[in-house]
Write a protein that binds this ligand. Structure first.
Ligand code: DC
Length: 224
């Protein structure tokens, strides 16, 4: 057991659009803990694989030069070397590429250490698909956040329209459904709730209520 294993971790897993990114970041901010958006790592490998179609994605993942920081308004930013890729990794093309590379066991293996390195004092909130099942399977509190496909497509649609991008609800519904299927059915670390995870359905619940629910569980775990 290394000293990092004593640092507390809360994992927040779930499908895209379940609100887990927003929820996990808010929990990290409330506790003053570090935050890992593990999807950003897969998205960056997806972006690189679109730019370098001839190179095996695992090779790109191995050499990944990635770091996170915060913009002046507190929003997390993602850097690939000296390039700010925060926006480009959120496009639908990169979302699809990320889902494809994430199904490759060699890519997943190449990213394990980079993810575990985020476990630093005073604690970590880790957002992803396999945080509770694989990467931090010893986490003290594991959350699995879900929402209906329709609600998730509606949220994504609203997000894109607010950003001034064009979006079609039917296309989003189909893309999210496809991505879910790939994430759940892949053999390497498929999306599923850990046996000891608390499952929260956010379809009809706002972000603040979910955050409060997690923080109250955290208090129980800490005092238990
Ligand atoms: O959470 P996200 O939508 O940014 O994730 C992008 C893709 O990466 C998505 O298809 C699922 C995949 N992913 C994964 O397989 N494992 C993780 N821990 C995080 C994301």
């Amino acid at each position: 057991m290394s000293s990092a294993d004593c640092i507390p971790v809360i994992t927040v897993d779930g499908p895209s659009g379940s609100g887990k990114g927003t929820v996990a970041l808010a929990v990290a901010q409330a506790l003053g803990w570090n935050f890992l958006d593990s999807g950003a790592l897969y998205r960056v490998v997806g972006l690189l694989s679109l730019r370098n179609p001839g190179v095996p994605p695992a090779q790109l993942a191995d050499a990944i030069d990635l770091h996170f920081d915060k913009a002046a308004d507190g929003t997390p930013r993602v850097w690939l070397g000296s390039e700010d890729v925060s926006l480009s990794i959120r496009s639908e093309a990169v979302s699809q590429a990320a889902s494809r590379v994430a199904a490759d066991p060699a890519v997943r293996a190449a990213l394990v250490k980079a993810q575990r390195d985020f476990r630093q004092a005073p604690g970590l909130v880790a957002d992803g698909r396999d945080m509770g099942t694989v990467i931090f399977s010893d986490a003290g509190l594991k959350i699995f956040l879900t929402a209906s496909v329709e609600e998730r497509a509606r949220r994504r649609h609203k997000q894109l329209i607010e950003k001034g991008q064009s979006a079609n609800l039917d296309d989003l519904l189909r893309d999210i459904g496809d991505r879910d299927r790939r994430d759940r059915e892949r053999s390497a670390a498929p999306l599923r709730a850990a046996e000891d995870a608390l499952v929260i359905d956010s379809t009809a619940v706002d972000v603040d209520s979910v955050v409060q629910q997690i923080l109250s569980q955290r208090a129980l775990v800490a005092s238990g």
